[in-house]
Design a protein around this ligand. Structure first.
Ligand SMILES: [Zn+2]
Length: 269
């Protein structure tokens, strides 16, 4: 599932491609991907201009000039492609937004969705989300206070969207490795110094992943050199049996609360 760095990469690249562009056509092939009757959805979106694209947690918010916002969550398996008819991916398209001859294709939206809301409604829809870990006002002090009373396993805590926004299966493992802490370690077992290292790892890992374009497999458009660059940089995630880059021991794959979890038994305590 795309996490904060993947959605931030989409935000950056889509802003270059479609900000200030008019949506000339809308196609909805899967009713369940939208939150209103299809006709009403098309009526609210077609002809509008995308003003800005914002990211919040794992969501993208496309702000339109009629004071509506398209709220996107790709969930598991969702991805996007921007191109013309000739390079359209050979996949089922759930929703398509057209910008003249160019189109933004939404693919794999089985659980994912593209909802239309009044702009003022959006903060209410997203109110349960925890703080953005890369925001300037998310200080180490704030993190110490939030993390201090947490009893659950580190992995479970990190992926809890009401605790922190945007971290999922991959980055929780990468963050634990970077901090040198085991993902099954309990929050209450952490010292103040552990929490401090954890805070800095969260920021460093997410920032580096954004810099390298996240881990999505498919490029957003033909010639996209950014998307997916972080995939080869993952140190533990999806590397079962591979040699740890730090100590050479094989990376372990485990399941924690029915989530795949990867770690190094030697480097993480
Ligand atoms: Zn190791």
């Amino acid at each position: 599932m795309p996490e904060l760095p993947e959605m931030e990469t989409y935000r950056k690249l889509l802003t270059e491609k479609i900000a200030h562009q008019q949506i000339t056509e809308v196609e909805v092939n899967r009713e369940k991907s939208v939150n209103t009757p299809v006709d009403a959805f098309i009526q609210e979106v077609r002809g509008q201009t995308i003003l800005t694209i914002e990211r919040r947690a794992k969501h993208l918010l496309f702000h339109l000039n009629n004071n509506k916002t398209l709220l996107l969550h790709l969930m598991l398996g969702g991805w996007m492609f921007y191109g013309d008819e000739s390079n359209k991916p050979d996949r089922t398209i759930q929703v398509k937004l057209s910008f003249g001859g160019m189109h933004l294709y939404f693919i794999g939206l089985r659980l994912g969705y593209l909802h239309v809301h009044d702009k003022e409604e959006v903060p209410h829809v997203l109110e349960k989300l925890g703080p953005e870990p890369l925001n300037e006002n998310f200080t180490e002090n704030t993190f110490q206070q939030l993390m201090g009373p947490k009893r659950g396993m580190l992995k479970t805590t990190l992926i809890d969207q009401s605790f922190l926004s945007g971290i999922g299966n991959c980055y929780s493992d990468e963050i634990c490795f970077s901090t040198g802490l085991l993902p099954m370690k309990r929050g209450t077992e952490l010292s103040e110094e552990d929490r401090s290292r954890l805070y800095h790892s969260i920021r460093a890992v997410l920032s580096e992943a954004i810099q390298f374009g996240g881990y999505m497999e498919s490029p957003l458009y033909v010639g996209d050199q950014l998307t997916g660059g972080f995939d080869a940089k993952c140190k533990v995630y999806d590397r079962e049996g591979g040699a740890c880059f730090r100590c050479g021991h094989p990376i372990i794959k485990d399941e924690l609360s029915s989530r795949k979890t990867f770690y190094c038994q030697v480097c993480q305590h």
